[in-house]
Write a protein of this length. Structure first.
Length: 210
């Protein structure tokens, strides 16, 4: 009787919900029609695209934290991380054998920072010409390293700065057993050579701390 009373009280705040085979409350919609708590979402195949199921947490109708995605045979095909409904941080994707095929890094909108400082790049190169302050809007952009794998080896890497692809013509990095060497960009070496002996001044790049 106590267990039944607890279950009723815990779910009284929800308009609709389901109980999983483990007895957990899932797929809950609150009195304001917002998705809350743990959800299991089923998507049928459509127009040649395979179906899938995904599970994770909703907070006020927005995906939050790590979500797991499975094919319709139950095999894990992805981990995706979310922040207030948008992809944020590392996402990983796997083939039907469970091998890692791709790693993506994303940057989500931060509602606590209504404005963002973004770099303005020159045409055809990675030179930053200036910085621009813009009003932030809900979004996710590629940010950081994207890595592509084949049979456990890196076949391609891409580097992004808030949606801008850096070094698009850079050859793919190949997996190696040798220790990684610290690589200093040519521009940095030229700058250091040109300013050798001068007093070092810390340059403020205008980027936000987010």
């Amino acid at each position: 009787m106590i267990a039944s009373s607890f279950l009723f009280n815990a779910n009284a705040q929800y308009k609709t919900y389901k109980i999983s085979v483990k007895g957990d409350t899932i797929n809950a919609i609150d009195q304001h029609a917002l998705k809350q708590g743990k959800w299991v979402v089923h998507v049928d195949p459509l127009r040649g695209e395979p179906g899938y199921e995904e599970e994770g947490i909703f907070v006020n109708d927005k995906k939050e934290g790590r979500w797991r995605k499975y094919d319709l045979q139950g095999d894990l095909i992805a981990y995706e991380n979310y922040k207030k409904g948008d992809k944020d941080g590392l996402s990983q994707y796997f083939n039907f054998l469970g091998d890692l095929t791709r790693e993506e890094n994303w940057r989500a909108y931060n509602p606590d920072q209504p404005y963002d400082t973004i770099p303005i790049y020159g045409t055809g190169n990675n030179e930053i010409l200036s910085y621009k302050v813009v009003k932030a809007e809900p979004y996710s952009v590629k940010d950081g390293t994207w890595t592509y794998y084949d049979n456990g080896k890196i076949v391609k890497t891409e580097q992004y700065d808030r949606g801008h692809l850096l070094n698009p013509n850079k050859p793919a990095e190949v997996a190696s057993d040798e220790p990684m060497k610290k690589i200093v960009p040519k521009e940095v070496l030229e700058y250091q050579k040109k300013n050798a002996g001068k007093k070092h001044v810390k340059v403020r790049d205008g980027m936000t701390g987010y």
